[in-house]
Design a protein around this ligand. Structure first.
Ligand code: AP5
Ligand code: MG
Length: 374
């Protein structure tokens, strides 16, 4: 088939099955060679669900004695407080003292395999090798070496041969890519210290670029006002100038991505706020065939934060604005937990800084000059 339709998206043929089979032949030949003369029994660890087709095809080609185990991981459903990938279904083999070959369908950001490799080392695996059918070098941001790679591909969204879009499309024997004629959604992160003017500038950006504004601070304040369980948990942390746990905000964001339609993109204000959240966001976008467009960072000095927020306190009556000590604590939290994201985004070339000192209109025009380019 030249084209397939899955839910709202059209995909076109990208890698025909014959090419996939050839790549698997080559990977299997390398693994067989590396295992020549070995007397121990290595564990082939299939990372479900995506790599079940690849693992099955690969194992049929392996000519040494090996054992199969599987693991299911999720990058954002039920994340831990560090935002890291969590194990859902345990190994079915004991890996202590053994060699493990991890079999993945695709490696993009690398968050999953790095966490998995760490976990295997924690379980005392003697050697961990990574084998992946597909690799996206442009999206990969880790130092971990990949031992066996079937095919390197550009940073595009693909389905088929085990890979899914919202859990469908895994059954096709060929691999398909998202049809480029469909205009991709834009995803902007509005970054900056407390009181930098994120909320203020978001209002202008939303109109000009037809974006949906998602402020995790606003969403949390709504929960507090509604007196929900989540709101009760968040209240004390917010009023102490601390962050709420990653998994709470990640769930709220995921919900917005799922339900909001009819916009050209999303403007994330106050999210991500930790490296863990940034990694989860990359994985979430990957999963829906999108990627971050740009981080727009509004920078102002700490003294100006206190000045602006103290001024706002009288107007908006936010509990976390009421006291200079809380504001100072929010600034400390920003420096300690959020600022490290700058280096994270600089690495991927997505970080763009705008001077936040000046009138609201001056700052707005600087942002427009930047964002008009994307
Ligand atoms: P959140 O609501 O996001 O607060 P924040 O990051 O501290 O930022 P603010 O909303 O206070 O400032 P702003 O940058 O939007 O500035 P504004 O435009 O209002 O988060 C609150 C809390 O929720 C967090 O502390 C945390 O506990 C929790 N939370 C939220 N997200 C989380 C996450 N992802 N993970 C974990 N926890 C999370 O401007 C400020 C004032 O200055 C206004 O009065 C405005 O009119 C004025 N102003 C703006 N621009 C100018 C200008 N150019 N000149 C003069 N005045 C200006
Ligand atoms: Mg705000």
């Amino acid at each position: 088939m030249e084209k397939i339709r899955l839910f709202d998206k059209t995909f076109k043929l990208f890698i025909p099955n014959a090419e996939i089979e050839k790549a698997i032949d080559e990977v299997a030949a390398k693994i067989n060679k590396d295992n020549e003369g070995c007397t121990d029994i290595p564990v082939i660890l299939c990372v479900l669900n995506g790599s079940m087709m690849f693992t099955s095809a690969l194992m049929k080609r392996l000519d040494f004695t090996c054992e199969l185990a599987s693991i299911k991981l999720s990058s954002y459903e039920g994340t831990t407080t560090t935002g890291k990938v969590q194990e859902l279904m345990g190994f079915t083999s004991n890996v202590s003292g053994r060699r493990v070959i991890v079999v993945e369908d695709i490696v993009d950001t690398g968050n999953t395999i790095v966490t998995l490799a760490e976990k295997l080392k924690e379980h005392n695996a003697r050697e961990v090798k990574i084998c992946t059918l597909l690799f996206k070098p442009e999206a990969y941001s880790k130092d971990l070496k990949l031992d066996y790679v079937g095919l390197s591909i550009p940073n595009a969204f693909i389905v088929g041969y085990g890979l899914d879009y919202n859990e469908v499309g895994r059954n096709f024997e060929d691999i398909y890519v998202l049809d480029k004629e469909e205009r991709p959604l834009k995803f902007y992160v509005l970054f900056g210290p407390p009181g930098a003017g994120k909320g203020t500038q978001a209002a202008a950006m939303v109109d000009r670029y037809k974006l949906h504004h998602v402020s995790t601070g606003d969403l949390l304040r709504k929960e507090i006002a509604a007196g929900t369980e989540l709101g009760r948990q968040a209240k004390a942390l917010i009023e102490d100038g601390r962050l709420v746990p990653d998994d709470v905000v990640v769930r709220m964001i995921g919900q917005e991505f799922k339900t909001v339609k009819g916009v050209d993109g999303f403007l994330l204000d106050g999210f991500p706020r930790t490296i863990g959240q940034a990694e989860v966001l990359d994985d979430m976008l990957n999963k829906i065939g999108a990627s971050l467009t740009a981080v727009v960072s509004i920078m102002i000095p700490d003294e100006m934060v206190i000045e602006r927020i103290s001024h706002r306190a009288a107007i908006e009556g936010r509990a976390d604005d009421a006291d200079v000590e809380i504001i100072r604590h929010r600034i400390e939290t920003y420096h300690a937990q959020t600022e490290p994201e700058i280096a994270y985004y600089q690495k991927s070339g997505k970080y763009h800084e705008v001077d936040g000192v000046g009138t609201i209109e001056e700052v707005r025009d600087r942002i427009f000059a930047l964002v008009d380019r994307f």
